[in-house]
Design a protein around this ligand. Structure first.
Ligand code: C2E
Ligand code: CA
Ligand code: CA
Ligand code: CA
Length: 275
């Protein structure tokens, strides 16, 4: 694989052979990474809109390649999905996330991203149950974040799998809301516990009236449907003020905190629980 000097794999070679080669190398490196424990988790706090408490931590997978350094999940997760590694990787994430959450105040939830490809595996629900059993945390503390793409990809069982998770008490959140083709129709296909407003809307909320109107409408819709709301990608005080004024339930973004290590999350959970 070519190295572009910033720790990233290049897939944009004009030469298709080189591109295929880079991909194969990434696949080999990913298998090694799983075997050798090169992955770790970061956690990003999600605060109540008031800012006075943490309601959840979102789990974000990190890979520190021994030579290339940090490789982002946007780069390696699609490859892990294609080469069939996402199942084992996802199991590891679920187990680690629940294990860390066990040490936090039980009022704090743990959110885990699960991709469309993972839902194609009929064993997914058993893996989730296993992670809950291994950690002993209350299923109500676990929130699974999915995107609309799971409906496009649906082998027929996705909705049934979501219902059975819900029957266990696990919460289901619809991530990146508003970015797909028919977001509204998906709201009728499953009674989500939470909608996460995509950061592209949040980003524009203080400078574009249309983005503010869309966020306002999404929040009203969610309330009417009895779903909680989180705004992601909150970077400025102005964005936070707007989100508060429109009644968003919880907020996540660099303004409050970047994703942090498990140790830092543990300390933060302690201070907030003590407050
Ligand atoms: P996502 O689920 O939408 O996660 C939010 C992304 O936004 C994260 O990027 C996070 O670091 C970033 N972010 C948080 N606050 C801000 C902000 O204020 N401004 C901006 N510009 N960005 C912010 P990250 O960690 O690079 O993850 C990218 C994507 O990779 C995630 O998007 C998710 O789709 C996927 N991903 C990460 N971890 C996992 C995992 O364990 N399993 C699966 N299946 N996918 C994962
Ligand atoms: Ca997410
Ligand atoms: Ca998101
Ligand atoms: Ca995303």
């Amino acid at each position: 694989a070519k190295h572009d000097g910033r720790g990233a794999y290049r897939f944009f070679e004009p030469d298709l052979d080189a591109q295929a080669q880079a991909r194969r190398q990434l696949e080999i490196d990913l298998r090694e990474a799983l075997a050798e424990g090169q992955f770790h988790l970061h956690f990003q706090p999600i605060y109540a809109a008031s800012g006075d408490r943490i309601v959840c931590f979102e789990t974000l997978l990190r890979w520190n390649h021994p030579v290339r350094g940090a490789v982002g999940p946007d780069v390696f997760i699609p490859v892990a999905e294609e080469c069939g590694l996402i199942g084992r990787m996802g199991e590891w994430v679920l187990n680690e996330a629940c294990r860390h959450a066990r040490a936090w105040d039980p009022a704090i939830r743990i959110a885990v991203n699960v991709s469309a490809r993972q839902f194609r595996n009929p064993g997914l629900n058993a893996s989730i149950l296993q992670a809950l059993a291994n950690s002993g945390i209350d299923p109500k503390r676990l929130e699974i974040e999915i995107t609309e793409s799971i409906f496009l990809d649906d082998g027929g069982d996705t909705i049934a799998m979501l219902h059975s998770l819900r029957a266990l008490g696990v919460r289901i959140a619809l991530d990146d809301f508003g970015t797909g083709y028919s977001s509204l129709s998906y709201l009728r296909s499953f009674p989500f516990d939470k909608i996460k407003i995509d950061k592209s809307f949040v980003n524009d909320i203080s400078r574009a009236a249309d983005a503010e109107a869309i966020v306002h409408a999404i929040l009203q819709l969610a309330t009417a449907l009895g779903m909680e709301t989180t705004a992601e990608g909150v970077e400025t005080q102005e964005q936070l003020d707007k989100l508060r004024s429109h009644g968003c339930d919880s907020i996540q973004g660099y303004l409050m905190s970047r994703p942090i290590s498990a140790a830092e999350a543990g300390r933060l959970a302690d201070t907030v629980a003590a407050a």
